[in-house]
Design a protein around this ligand. Structure first.
Ligand code: HEC
Length: 152
């Protein structure tokens, strides 16, 4: 009993300690880790956007279950990259334009727009016509950010 309480208190202290010692950037050990993290989220998001675009174009047969699965993955991934644009991660193996780091409020606004569209993508994925429209609407936000903030 005493031992178990001790473990629980120890765990609680650990969690509290972590929260207190965690400024936003401490989620990543170094800037390179943040770059890899955001690129990974973008890569998965891009892969599934590609699958949906292929269905929308008719290059792949429409499959509602697969479409919904991809839409859910995109909707989740689309929430991840933004916290990883941390100070120092403008240097190194990144395709982010340097201006991005001076315009984080605009990036946040574009990210919020993307997240709104990806939420709609999940509900649109059950039907080919609605999927088509929503793939276009979502892709337009990807594009508008890339034109501004991603090196092409
Ligand atoms: C708010 C801005 C923004 C939005 C919105 C955005 N991206 Fe990006 N994307 C970037 C930036 C910046 C990079 C470069 C990241 C880096 O190299 O550090 C990037 C990189 C990528 C990459 C390359 C990843 C790699 O491995 O280097 C892919 C793929 C990608 N984005 C796909 C997408 C797709 C698909 C969408 C829409 C569903 C999207 N992005 C929406 C800013 C954005």
């Amino acid at each position: 009993m005493i031992a178990r309480t001790g473990i629980r208190l120890g765990a609680a202290a650990l969690v509290t300690g972590m929260l207190l010692a965690a400024p936003a950037t401490a989620q990543f050990a170094k800037p390179e880790a943040a770059i890899k993290y955001r690129q990974s989220a973008f890569t998965v998001m891009g892969n599934h956007m590609g699958r949906l675009a292929a269905m929308a174009r008719g290059d792949r047969p429409f499959d509602a279950a697969a479409a919904q699965n991809s839409a859910r993955i995109i909707d989740t991934m689309a929430r991840l990259p933004w916290e990883a644009f941390v100070p120092g991660s403008d240097q190194g193996k990144t395709d982010a334009e340097p201006e991005l780091f001076d315009n984080l409020a605009d990036v946040r606004r574009l990210a919020d727009r993307l997240n709104a569209e990806t939420t709609k993508l999940v509900s649109a994925s059950g039907n080919l016509d609605t999927l088509r429209n929503q793939v276009d609407a979502t892709g337009a936000v990807c594009k508008s950010c890339h034109q501004k903030y991603r090196k092409m």
